[in-house]
Design a protein around this ligand. Structure first.
Ligand code: GLA
Length: 400
């Protein structure tokens, strides 16, 4: 367990008491946001991703109840939800609280409902410092912190990987967002100072030390809101499925686009009559190869080559997959032109949200100043910067 910073969180217990009456016996849990270093729009294609957990995320103060009532409150959001355990249902007006409710719903169904008797109610207060809707997985962090907290206070020890999959199901089936597994995996399984290389069809994974000596990892928020649910995300998924269907006419055994090597793809690409769909597949296949190469480059300490792969990833997402848009492309242009920027790309689903860059220490301040100036001049938006560290996945924290 890690100790939280008292200065920042000294009031959390009081705030909990203010909302629920009494904080005696309350426990504290945390789940991070995530940044994806490379491997975008590959997870739902069974391909490779290379994300890392951040040190900011969502905190949950939790106290058990015994009357079967779950009460969810937040310090950021106005909506409040009181949910009896036998009536967990989606409600639009519950807004953000549909994430914890979705997790609860999945917990109740886990392994045929064997844990239902343990799930006897809780009061939960959330506090998050991941910017919302910015592509840094604020929703996955709410899901994982809920899954961990509700099982822990119920006396259940459930493997993190089970909680990861369950959280994805909550988002897919309860909230109705058809995301892949990357966000929940990184948020649940992340490891301090490591990136996680994950093969999304088998869930085989490997921790790779994230050594960027002499550089900083800087996230830049376009501050253009990204609406994943109403975006073109599902359309891209469908296009990949269409591509797979056509390719299967030549390679009937192919399980997913993530199994397709570049060489195989070159041989079968004529199977796809629609150039737009072919471009989508081309992105997925080449992005997968970039992830593999990025891992080797990182292991070799070749940051320059790693950075070039980040740039190539952005250009592929811009030109072939078409999920960047004016703001992200403007950030990419201005960031990549700055001396000392080793690599830069959009991160997450795209359509707004954030960019991630590796920047030399001595250039980090100028980077933020110049990117802000040029980006604002071109877009009229003021970007935010987060110089970040790579942290651990979801865990319980101590109060003292
Ligand atoms: C969102 C989804 C992920 C993944 C990325 C794109 O973050 O939640 O599952 O598909 O977009 O790589």
């Amino acid at each position: 367990m890690t100790t939280v910073q008292p200065a920042e969180f000294s009031t959390l217990r009081e705030q909990f008491a203010g909302k629920f009456g009494d904080a005696e016996g309350a426990r504290l849990f945390f789940a991070p946001g995530r940044v994806n270093l490379i491997g975008e729009h590959t997870d739902y294609n069974g391909g490779l991703v290379f994300p890392a957990a951040l040190t900011f995320g969502t905190y949950a103060v939790v106290k058990p109840r015994t009357d079967g009532l779950y009460r969810f409150r937040s310090l950021q959001f106005a909506a409040e939800a009181d949910t009896p355990v036998d009536r967990v249902a989606y409600a639009a007006e519950d807004d953000w609280a549909n994430y914890p409710k979705g997790v609860l719903s999945e917990l109740l169904q886990l392994d045929g409902g064997v844990y239902t008797a343990n799930l006897r109610g809780a009061d939960v207060l959330y506090f998050g410092n991941v910017p919302n809707g910015a592509g840094l997985s604020s929703s996955a962090s709410i899901e994982l912190v809920t899954a961990l907290a509700l099982t822990a206070i119920a006396g259940l020890t459930i493997p993190t990987l089970t909680l990861v999959k369950l959280s994805q199901r909550a988002e897919n089936r309860f909230v109705g967002v058809n995301c892949g597994i990357m966000d929940q995996f990184a948020v649940g399984m992340g490891k301090r100072d490591h990136a996680v290389m994950l093969k999304c069809d088998t869930l085989d994974y490997q921790y790779v030390p994230f050594r960027i000596d002499g550089c900083k990892l800087i996230i830049t928020n376009t501050n253009k809101r990204r609406g994943l649910a109403d975006s073109k995300y599902n359309e891209r998924r469908q296009q990949c499925e269409d591509g797979l269907k056509w390719i299967r006419e030549k390679l009937p055994q192919l399980g997913s686009l993530g199994e397709l090597s570049i060489e195989q793809w070159e041989r079968v690409r004529d199977a796809i009559p629609d150039p737009l769909i072919a471009a989508r597949v081309q992105h997925v296949v080449t992005e997968d190869a970039r992830v593999l190469e990025a891992r080797s480059r990182l292991e070799q300490g070749d940051l320059a080559a790693f950075g070039k792969l980040m740039n190539a990833s952005h250009e592929s997402l811009r030109d072939l997959y078409e999920v960047t848009g004016f703001e992200l492309d403007t950030l990419y242009e201005v960031a990549s032109a700055i001396d000392g920027c080793i690599g830069t790309r959009m991160t997450g689903a795209g359509f707004g949200g954030c960019n991630v860059s590796i920047v030399r220490d001595d250039a980090a301040e100028a980077f933020q100043r110049e990117v802000a100036e040029r980006y604002t001049a071109q877009t009229g938006l003021v970007p935010s910067f987060y110089v970040c560290e790579i942290g651990d996945g979801a865990k319980e924290l101590r109060w003292d």
